[in-house]
Design a binder for this molecule. Structure first.
Ligand code: TRH
Length: 414
């Protein structure tokens, strides 16, 4: 069962066998002074696990001066959003970050160096030999379990809760991202708002982006530009028909992925691979290549409305300060719907009742409950646009996850 947004309460880590005594490993930080951080990431599926970890690692490195090493098992998924990565190397450095291919669960790097801060992403379970070495380290490392993002209220009660290791003198702290006070917040680079403002302020940058990305100039101002990043979704056919038959032009930008098959079928094409273009009625669609993470931010900024999914693109759409529709990572027995409604509560509760209801109807329809009504959603477009700008400011007040994590870790390293 692939990992889903964690609704489980934190539990004590499983017991680890005692490893044969080896010299206490020294962390790089004892030489350079910078905080050394090892981040372990097991890719369950899709791109969010490594998407979040890569973004976090780059922020800790560039904004906090940490020395970060990522252990990641799936270099192919990683390379999709980090083209500079070589998929055949067991160890490499990209953007000042060491990347180790975590080739099997027991592997803990060619040399066993325990960092000052150890981040276990999404409960991926650290190599036993590494945990044993953590226990032998003169100064116990700060051990953080980075949880999946959830907007549910209980998250604030569990954020920074600690769990002692059953056998070793180690303590694991549960670090919960969130959309509300008392949580770890969500990832946001310090330069992000300025980069978006620069893109939005420059017609040249936008036009260059359109020509580079679609081979065509930016569409006319009467067109609604929509980015579509989603899992397979039965509701998409109805929306494509409504956009095709609607009164106003819609330009759809579709990164190649799990929704591409539905586009191909709708347009009667064998595929809708990157570089494809199609037009029916008022709908024009472009298939885009998967790009790196900064490139994905630009896609969000070039659009009026963003369909996003999972965790990281869901957060990026909120920072893009535009209306967005979230395709939550589907879970059995509709367990994902309370998580969807918890996010809607944060985002939409201050909206006028009619607009809030229209947004909830549309998000539910996009997540398997009811049929999407585009005209009903569009009627509230101006309200949604104002709310999106306001929400980005409210969310920023929580502080960014990397900064919150760095402050906590330093408080434990004293
Ligand atoms: O790919 P996802 O569905 O990842 C999912 C979720 O994270 C989910 O919560 C988790 O349980 C599951 O993985 C295991 O959606 P997400 O989280 O938006 O991650 C996609 C990443 O891909 C994100 O960092 C944005 C990035 N991206 C690019 O870098 N370039 C692109 O062209 C596109 C479309 C996305």
């Amino acid at each position: 069962m692939p990992a889903t947004m964690s609704s489980a309460r934190p539990s004590a880590p499983p017991p680890h066998p005692v490893s044969p005594a080896t010299p206490s490993p020294t962390a790089p930080s004892e030489t350079s002074g910078a905080i050394a951080c090892d981040l372990f990431c097991a890719v369950i599926d899709n791109f969010g696990d490594i998407g979040v970890c890569w973004r976090l690692a780059r922020q800790l490195t560039s904004e906090h001066g940490w020395q970060v090493r990522i252990f990641v098992d799936d270099l192919h998924a990683f390379q999709k959003l980090c083209p500079a990565l070589a998929v055949d190397r067991s160890r490499q450095a990209v953007s000042g970050i060491v990347i180790e291919h975590w080739r099997e669960p027991a592997h803990a790097g060619d040399t066993l160096e325990v960092a000052d801060v150890v981040i276990e992403a999404f409960g991926c379970e650290l190599p036993h030999v590494y945990v044993a070495a953590m226990a032998r380290r003169e100064r116990a490392p700060v051990w953080l379990n980075l949880e999946y993002l959830s907007a549910e209220d209980w998250v604030a009660d569990f954020h920074l809760r600690q769990s002692p290791h059953p056998r070793y003198p180690l303590t694991k702290t549960f670090f919960f991202p969130g959309l509300g006070a008392g949580t770890g917040g969500v990832l946001k680079e310090h330069h992000l708002d300025a980069a978006r403002a620069a893109f939005e302020a420059s017609p040249q940058a936008r036009d260059a982006w359109w020509r580079h990305t679609t081979g065509q100039p930016a569409p006319t101002p009467d067109a609604t530009v929509i980015s579509l990043f989603a899992y397979e979704n039965p509701a998409v056919d109805s929306l494509l028909e409504q956009w095709r038959d609607g009164p106003d032009p819609v330009v759809l930008l579709v990164p190649e992925g799990r929704i591409s098959g539905a586009l191909a079928r709708f347009f009667g094409l064998p595929s809708f691979a990157a570089g494809s273009h199609a037009e029916r009625g008022k709908l024009r669609a472009h298939a885009l290549a998967f790009t790196d993470q900064p490139g994905y931010d630009a896609l969000l900024w070039a659009s009026h409305l963003n369909f996003v999914r999972g965790e990281d693109s869901f957060v990026r759409a909120q920072w893009a300060a535009r209306p967005f529709v979230w395709h939550i990572y589907p879970q059995a027995d509709d367990a994902h719907l309370p998580k969807l409604d918890a996010a809607l509560a944060h985002y939409a509760d201050s909206l006028p009742a009619e607009s809030r209801a229209a947004l909830a109807r549309f998000w539910h329809a996009w997540n398997g409950v009811g049929q999407p009504d585009w005209a009903d959603f569009q009627r509230h477009r101006a309200v949604f646009e104002r709310r999106a700008v306001q929400w980005a400011q409210e969310l920023a007040a929580l502080g960014d996850l990397a900064g919150n994590l760095a402050v906590f870790a330093k408080s434990q390293l004293k």
